[in-house]
Design a protein. Structure first.
Length: 95
C-alpha cells in the first residue's frame, strides 16, 4: 500500500498517517518523563481514544498537550483517570 499519490481525502488525513502519528506519539510518551505510565492511544476510525491512569492532574494535562501537538487535526477523546493520592483538605461527612 502506497501513501504517495494525489488521492483526494476530502481534507481528512489518510488512516496511514494517523497510525504513523500515533506510533510517533507513543514513542514520545515512552521516552519522556511520562514513560512509565499505562496510557493507551488507539485509533477509532478518524478519531483517537486515550485511556489509562495517571498520577496527577498536571500529568494528565501534560499528556493532553503532547497529544494535541502530535495529533493536531484529529479529534481526540480522553478517558484518562487521575489517581492523585493526596490527603483530603477537609473531613468527609458520612450520613
Amino acid at each position: 500500500m502506497s501513501t504517495h499519490g494525489s488521492q483526494d481525502t476530502g481534507g481528512a488525513a489518510p488512516p496511514d498517517n494517523l497510525d504513523y502519528r500515533i506510533a510517533h506519539l507513543q514513542d514520545r510518551l515512552a521516552s519522556g518523563e511520562l514513560g512509565e505510565l499505562g496510557v493507551r492511544v488507539e485509533a477509532r476510525g478518524h478519531a483517537v481514544l486515550l485511556t489509562g491512569t495517571v498520577p496527577s492532574a498536571p500529568c494528565r494535562e501534560e499528556i493532553l498537550r503532547t497529544v494535541q501537538e502530535e495529533l493536531a487535526g484529529f479529534p481526540v477523546h480522553s478517558d484518562l483517570v487521575v489517581t492523585e493520592a493526596s490527603s483530603p483538605d477537609h473531613a468527609e461527612e458520612l450520613s
